[in-house]
Design a protein around this ligand. Structure first.
Ligand code: SIN
Ligand code: MN
Length: 209
């Protein structure tokens, strides 16, 4: 048996499905997202303890949404932190993608919406606020291409850079579910899907075991 490279080991269970969504589906999904954002507007999340603003604006769809603020930190909750209203439903097309690629019997409760504009990026982190560790995280990219980084189980493990373009879907399953990952930067002008440019990322999460 050939020895797996450190890089291959870090990517066990990570699947990139380039161009999973065609242009028509991307446009339909974009329109569904903007319609839902009228009910659940993007807000600026704040880091636990320091209260420092994140560079990415966020909202959620589904029965649970991931939020963070200075006082109470990272968590899932049923309502939007600024409006107090329940999150809008996850679009059917998004649930269909989960069914097609997730390989998990239960539906996701949460669809986190990340909106990257300008020099927004996201530092290396692990998605660790879910009880259902056996469920994958499924990510859908729309708009400008992201330089995504994925490593291993330790922050110090080797990382690999992967470009995520509009319509790409990726799955963090298996051991990659616990892998450190982040977004180094967005490449402006790489897509015409969003009128004002930037990137929308949706991540689908099964929260409860
Ligand atoms: C995330 O890790 O929550 C977002 C990843 C991405 O924007 O591709
Ligand atoms: Mn993440």
């Amino acid at each position: 048996m050939p020895h797996p490279s450190p890089e291959a080991r870090t990517l066990d269970g990570f699947r990139l499905l380039p161009g999973f969504l065609g242009r028509g589906d991307q446009e339909a999904l974009r329109d569904e997202i903007f319609a839902r954002m009228k009910q659940a507007p993007l807000y600026i999340p704040r880091m636990p303890k320091s209260g420092a603003p994140m560079r990415v604006r966020m909202t959620n769809f589904g029965s649970l949404g991931w939020v963070t603020d200075k006082e109470r930190g990272y968590r899932y909750q049923e309502t939007h932190p600024e409006t107090g209203r329940p999150w809008p439903a996850i679009p059917d097309l998004v649930l269909q993608i989960w069914n097609d690629v997730g390989g998990y019997p239960d539906a996701p409760e949460a669809c986190l919406v990340n909106y990257y504009e300008g020099d927004a990026r996201m530092g290396l982190h692990v998605d660790a606020d879910e009880e259902a560790w056996d469920a994958p995280v499924v990510s859908i990219s729309l708009g400008d291409t992201a330089v995504f980084r994925i490593g291993g189980l330790l922050r110090s493990d080797p990382t690999r850079s992967v470009r995520l373009a509009s319509g790409d879907v990726c799955v963090l399953g298996g051991s990659s579910r616990r892998a450190f990952h982040g977004v180094d930067r967005i490449l402006p002008g790489t897509s015409r899907l969003l009128a004002k440019g930037g990137r929308i990322n949706l991540t689908l999460r099964r929260v409860r075991a």
